[in-house]
Design a protein. Sequence first.
Length: 117
Amino acid sequence: MSGGDVAAIIAASGFVLLVLFLAVPLLKLGRVLDETRNSIRDLNESVAPLLTELTDTVTETNKQLAKVDVITENVAEVTTNISSLVAVFSATVGSPLVKLAGLTKGLRSTLNSKNKK
């Protein structure tokens, strides 16, 4: 065996060690990619039912909001009617009551001033 043969064996051994050293991370990377692919597949399988359920939920929510809009419109109409009723009541009953209260106060004042004398 000559010096060139020994150098070739050492170089070949070094190359084999380098290949083994690089093979370990490549195998681990392959496992990570396999797990990633499996995770994405599972995610795709579970997302479709979730999106369907979400669509159903949004549809039902929109129906309920439409009902709430109708109720809100009715409440606004009732509030307007009550406001008008209060205005009519105040105009018809309020004015005579104010006059009666003024008359009562005047009579009290008069009676109190006569009682003091």
